[in-house]
Design a protein around this ligand. Structure first.
Ligand SMILES: NC(=O)c1ccc[n+]([C@@H]2O[C@H](COP(=O)([O-])OP(=O)(O)OC[C@H]3O[C@@H](n4cnc5c(N)ncnc54)[C@H](OP(=O)(O)O)[C@@H]3O)[C@@H](O)[C@H]2O)c1
Length: 297
């Protein structure tokens, strides 16, 4: 079997196009233009690339966007004060604190300073709690992107056995919550596996859908996959490669060549889930603007 390839870029483009027209209607109706601010502390080069991409996407949509750059020497109080300022700024509907933060800053404490109604990353405990209970709130972008990708690729989730590999608060845990909750995009029977799981290949082979988010290069080989399963690779790992101009290449958690012979559908990495994350960030920002206008719960 050669698996159907599910790429992220066309789905991202369709979502962004839809967000653009929805935002236009929102502005015509209420005067509100969605606004997203990214706060970056320090000079991590990879983070700079990510935040510039987020700002650029916002500007391409015609939305308000600001990049707040703070030095690596910024204190906990200084970052918290900046977040408070953005909480009060009516032009700003979404606030994102770019990770990782320099050593010495308490990321979790700072996330808790973000107004939960502006927490478009969905990491505030209020939004995580809402996700666990199954009430409206912001859902973290990467897990939301995975579900959106499955739905838009006509992959049935309801009633299926889904195995999620990895239990981080960023990806695996919210994904397991989303897929198992009672909803049209959930209703799956979910198993969450992690580094302490015994006989991981056997457990993974139970999945009609297998989602890899472990951060370990090409670990998921064909023997982890039930024939005909759908495989989603969230992993984005840097591997040294002197033949590349940058000296490294990116790989997923899934061994693409062997798994694509067994699976019925597969997302590549890079080029699969990655583009979905930014699309979901824009979708959450639009949601925040609509909530601010009182148009949604
Ligand atoms: N937009 C995107 O495409 C996007 C966004 C976010 C993350 N990612 C990528 O997704 C991957 C996971 O990210 P993360 O932030 O969730 O990573 P993380 O915080 O390091 O969590 C990794 C999880 O995988 C588990 N794990 C590690 N090695 C394992 C193994 N050999 N077998 C089974 N489970 C194992 C860990 O188990 P324990 O809990 O037992 O330690 C942990 O739960 C990374 O490659 C990351 O770069 C991509």
């Amino acid at each position: 079997m050669t698996a159907r390839l599910i790429k992220g870029a066309p789905i991202r483009d369709a979502i962004l196009e839809n967000a653009r027209s929805e935002a236009k209607r929102l502005t015509e109706r209420t005067g509100i233009v969605p606004g997203l601010v990214v706060v970056i502390v320090g000079d991590d080069p990879a983070s700079k690339v990510y935040v510039n991409m987020k700002k650029k996407t916002c500007l391409e949509l015609g939305w308000y966007s600001e990049l707040v750059e703070m030095p690596a020497t910024a204190t906990q109080d200084q970052v918290a004060d900046e977040i408070e300022r953005l909480n009060r700024d009516e032009r700003v509907h979404g606030i994102l604190l770019q990770s990782p933060l320099p050593k010495g800053l308490d990321e979790f404490a700072l996330i808790q300073r973000i107004d939960p109604l502006k927490d478009v990353d969905g990491f505030h405990p209020v939004n995580m709690g809402k996700l666990a209970i199954g009430i409206p709130g912001f859902v973290p972008c990467t897990p939301k992107g995975v579900v959106e990708m499955l739905v838009r690729s006509d992959i049935e989730i309801r009633g299926k056995r889904v195995v999620v590999a990895g239990r981080s608060h960023l990806v695996g845990t919210p994904l397991a919550l989303l897929l198992s909750r009672k909803s049209p995009q959930g209703d799956a029977t979910v198993t969450l596996v992690h580094s302490r799981t015994q006989d991981m290949p056997a457990v993974c082979r139970e999945g009609d859908i297998l989602i890899a988010a472990i951060g370990r290069t090409e670990t998921i080989t064909a023997d982890y996959v039930k024939p005909g399963a759908v495989v989603v690779d969230v992993g984005t790992n840097k591997v040294d490669d002197p033949t590349r101009p940058k000296g490294y290449r990116l790989t997923g958690d899934v061994h693409f060549e062997s798994v694509s012979e067994v699976a019925s559908a597969i997302t590549p990495s890079p080029g699969g889930v990655g583009p979905m994350t930014i699309a979901m960030l824009m979708s959450n920002t639009l949601e925040a603007a609509k909530r601010c206008a009182g148009l949604i719960e």
